[in-house]
Write a protein that binds this ligand. Structure first.
Ligand code: SF4
Length: 418
């Protein structure tokens, strides 16, 4: 059976399910799970073939990236659990300056394939191919930079900025921004090395990267959304090597997702495969509480225990990834649980980075310190807390409810999980 290059929508789902040889029962269960997700189905032919070539459990784990698994939803999630949509700096809403030194450019709100657990579902499902031209976007970004000398790095994100951009456009985009005086690094967040690795074998793009990386104090870095060791195929390896030969540092930033990479063995394989492919282990980010696909969630204590167990089997270089849980207020490192991760009564969080002060409610700043070195030791209930909203609510701290409204008074956890 042959496939189109990209499978989308209902027809795409049918073809994909048949291509994988799903039973009638599984197909029906997956169809229902997909109908409850807000993310449209989309997968590349390359990735469908990659899935079909796997043995279990990898085959199911990879399938679960592009199709929601069947499973219990332990709470009701919300849209935009990272403030991705609300923290935008311009009327066209593609600039985001949430953290002091970093400017995010949401180049395109669409991807070449869709991860069903993505926290940007509200943006991506509309696939808003804005009328604003790329040149205009760069002009607006440069104007913003000229007024914010504190920014020294730019992060291209989306969607996936590698999705459909022509090489010339990408080069123009990166070139004009990296040339800007105060900018030292352009980061490029992409899942292209998993969904469409050949995209990165483009000679013109690699030559351009080599040229940039030979300049003093300038570099392009790739933040790779590689969630599973099987995503590093032979083709992907070749693309990774090509980028590395062009001087690009690649950092692995997997989301930790139930049914995909929550098993200890898969986590070990994933972190090992990063070292074997010279990918720097960066953040391990816990699934954010996205509406419609809550079956992907892991309680924070369970995610911590699985990561901790995996790290017991790894060398120092392999276990450098930091376990984070992210939120509108910023990124928190999960340092541990007291008295033990198996029987937790307290969670120990450290601000990895708080959002800029103007984005934090006064009621939060009055009650907790938000420097990166500050630690929060908060009450915790085993097995029922999946995100910062749950923990903060239990502790009477400001948080967001399932409708995305800021709640500043204490409420009981029961109404979140009920
Ligand atoms: S590639 Fe990234 S932005 Fe696109 S759907 Fe997946 S996680 Fe979301």
């Amino acid at each position: 059976m042959t496939l189109l290059r990209i499978l989308t929508g209902e027809v795409g789902f049918e073809r994909f399910a048949d291509f994988l040889g799903m039973s009638v029962k599984e197909k029906e269960a997956r169809r229902i799970a997909l109908s409850e997700s807000y993310m449209p189905f989309k997968v590349t032919e390359y990735y469908a073939n990659l899935i079909r070539a796997q043995d279990e459990p990898y085959r199911t784990q990879l399938t679960n990236i592009v199709l929601p698994p069947v499973g219990k939803k332990p709470f009701k999630g919300r849209f935009d659990p990272y403030g991705n949509k609300t923290y935008r700096q311009d009327e066209k809403a593609f600039l985001q300056h949430k953290y002091e030194k970093t400017l995010l450019l949401h180049i395109d709100d669409f991807c070449i394939a869709n991860c069903q657990f993505c926290y940007k579902v509200r943006e991506i499902r509309h696939e808003d191919k804005k009328q604003i031209t790329l040149d205009k976007k760069i002009d607006i970004a440069l104007d913003y930079l000229s007024k914010h000398s504190e920014i020294d790095n730019v992060l291209f994100t989306g969607g996936d900025p590698a999705s459909f951009r022509k090489t010339d456009d990408l080069i123009n985009l990166i070139d004009r921004l990296i040339d800007y005086n105060g900018i030292r690094v352009v980061r490029f967040a992409t899942k292209g090395l998993a969904y469409d690795p050949e995209r990165f074998m483009d000679k013109a793009l690699l030559d351009f990267f080599s040229d940039i990386n030979s300049k003093q104090n300038k570099q392009v870095s790739i933040i790779a959304q590689i969630n599973h060791p099987a995503e590093i195929s032979e083709t992907s390896r070749e693309a990774i090597r090509g980028l590395q030969n062009a001087g690009i540092q690649i950092r692995g930033q997997p989301a930790i997702i139930r049914g995909v990479n929550d098993s200890v063995n898969t986590l070990i394989d994933l972190q090992r495969s990063f070292l074997d492919n010279k990918i720097i282990s960066y953040y391990l980010t816990i699934f954010m509480p996205v509406r419609g696909v809550e079956q992907y969630a892991l309680p924070l204590d369970e995610a911590f225990r699985n990561i901790a167990e995996s790290k017991r089997h790894l060398s120092g270089l392999e276990k450098k990834g930091i376990l984070l849980t992210s939120h509108d207020f910023g990124k928190f490192e999960i340092c541990g649980f007291y008295p033990t991760p198996e029987n937790p009564e307290k969670i120990v969080l450290k601000w990895h980075q708080a959002a800029m002060s103007k984005y934090l409610p006064d009621s939060l700043k009055e009650r907790v310190s938000t420097r990166p070195e500050d630690v929060l030791i908060l009450n915790y209930k085993r097995g029922i807390m999946y995100c910062i909203d749950h923990v903060f609510r239990e502790n009477g701290l400001p948080h967001f409810n399932t409708e995305g409204e800021l709640v500043e008074e204490a409420e009981t956890l029961a109404s979140i999980t009920g």
